[in-house]
Unconditional design. Sequence first.
Length: 626
Amino acid sequence: MTGEHTTQNTQNAEGAGGNRAGGDRLRPGTAATPLRTGLHLRGRRGSVTLEGSTAVPVVWGLLEEPLRHGRLAAFREGLEPGSAVRTAVDTLLARLADHDLLLPAPPAAHPDPAVAQWIDATAARPADAAALLATARAQVLARDPASPPAAAAVRALAAGGVPVTLTPDPDLPPGRVLLTVRGTGPDRTVAAGQVGATGYATAPGSAAQARADAAALETRLTHAAHAAHAADAADAADAADAADAADGAAAPRPGRPPGTLAALLAGAAAHRLLCAAAGLPDPATEADDPRLLPGIPAVLLADARPARADHHSWLGPERIDADRRVRLAPPAGLAEALRRITALGERRCGPLPAPLPGDLPQLPVPLATCTLPGPATGHATTPRTLTGGGPRLDLARLELFCRAAELLLGNTAFTVGADPGHARGRALRHAAARRLAAAPHRRTPMDPARWSGHPQLRHWWTTLTGRLAVPARLEVHRAAPHAQAYRAVVHRTPPGPGHGPGPLLGEAVEATPGDAAAFAALAAVTTACTPAAGAPDAPPPPSGGAAAPLAAAGVPTAAWEDPGWTGGWLADLAGREEALQDTLHRLYGAGPAPTPPPPESAPDPGLAGLLRSFGLTVLHTAGEAR
């Protein structure tokens, strides 16, 4: 019998018998669907499919009624030991126990049957969870105890079988409630509130952490609401005028949430708090959402129009509790790095701008864009839009995120990367480009025959000068005699003779002249395409193949993927990256070093600390990259 499952936090049975190793009854709420040669079960915490024989649904037909009513022991005693039926029953029971679908016969000891059933359906050890919940006492704080959010929070906690007291707190803003539970362990608090038509429920924590998280979330949600309102204010005004003319009445106040949102938020907050009190997994972890980052607390965000609620990985600026000071390991590959920057750039609660394609054209080069707030870039009111390109959209998004984070750090002496190697590669390329640009006439350009045959160069150069019809000149220089490092630059050809080199369109520093020329041509194509997208036409600093090891990690390359294919080219670049970094390090000094984080027990404030918490790397790179 084989099984395919998506169950989390499973428990293994101790032996094939299944009657005592896994329990005597089925978890409440488990639904079963017989298949032609198997059985599919769906429980509170996951699902499992067992297949292999037409006897499986037959055996389940015998087992289901005793399992659901706790009479398994008596049923098994009626089966002849060693018989085929007894063996099949014990095998099926063992598989159910493997996937945490069996419980001991007595139900959880709780006076409320509904609460007892919830504990049985959720807890790995129902008796322990019921004992913890029996000692719990809850308190709800609200500015107005008669407000709908406060009343809904009291009802939700009382439905969980916990005594509740309702206390006014004039320091809380209207609409925010704090739910606290006290028991045998430390006090746990969850905050819930609303900003316009969007509500939130924080992760359980101390009262100070919940208050800080709530304040930070409300600030960010307010900023996101204002930004969204400003983006489509004209359309909203036109729609409101049309609605008023059609209905002959004033339109409802935009963003005013219905009463059901308050009940949803209070119920979600109470659920998270009761799970914390009973030692159960946080509800945010039960959906197996691939967007959530393991180890990072999650906040629930709910919208009134359209009705929607989901969890998002989130760390506030004040990381008071020990579990908020997490520091993830560096991402193992490009996909994991993109998951983290997506979490950091969530449109409502993310602290950084999200690099997305938006409505930009994706041909001839993939483009991404993001908008930085004005104060972070030195403008009080005017935001700044960044646009970047890359061989692929995922690489363009990663590079753009790193550039945006560096600008938001407020100091050009910082370099951000997805992992230490990526950050170091970006920093060393920037330092090399600055040094080489300071003495442009001291080196003779290389013979084009050394690099003109590179397939990626041919593609991007043809795109630039042919498809886009940009008059340009490409030169490649060796960084130093006998060094395996090269700088390529692309300048727009001036309109006539005697004008000197035209504006810089792109540059790159790589381990081979062909790679450098290809990345410089790619950067020039990006520069040529961004003005049409409404973006600044200043070429970005060279990034080149710094992300190649991330992109190639764990990605098999087919035998026919030569450097003419992006995957094959990235694999080749990844193989040369370490040697290139060593060469640039030797040529241009000691190189960048990570900014020292504080001890594990101390807070790591600011944007740099937040990036490190998500496993990203922040390097301190002085003006001369020493």
